[in-house]
Design a protein. Structure first.
Length: 102
């Protein structure tokens, strides 16, 4: 018997790429200003981070992607653009481990 149709379809690649780019700018600018404000790195033209604060920003951007994708089902722009990838299904007869013996 065939499986019922699901309402989830494959997402266009351009949506995923655009979501990644917009998420990067959102995380970089948002966290950048937050870290610069907290560490005194604000300038007249924006912010300037060096050393520890720059590393903190880098770790924050990585954490943004990991935490939002893992615990919230996607980043902000993935939700806005509806760009969540559908996980690939394993064929019903195939298994992920090999049971054959030599």
């Amino acid at each position: 018997m065939s499986e019922p149709e699901t309402s989830r379809h494959a997402v266009a690649t351009w949506r995923v790429v655009l979501a990644f780019i917009l998420d990067f700018f959102t995380a970089f600018l948002g966290l950048g200003f937050l870290v610069a404000w907290a560490t005194g790195g604000l300038t007249e033209k924006g912010f300037s981070l060096e050393g520890g604060p720059a590393f903190l920003l880098f770790a924050g951007v990585v954490a943004y992607y990991v935490i939002l994708n893992r615990f919230f089902g996607g980043t902000i722009w993935k939700h806005i653009l509806r760009a969540q990838r559908v996980p690939r299904r394993v064929a019903s007869g195939a298994s992920s481990t090999s049971d054959s013996t030599p």
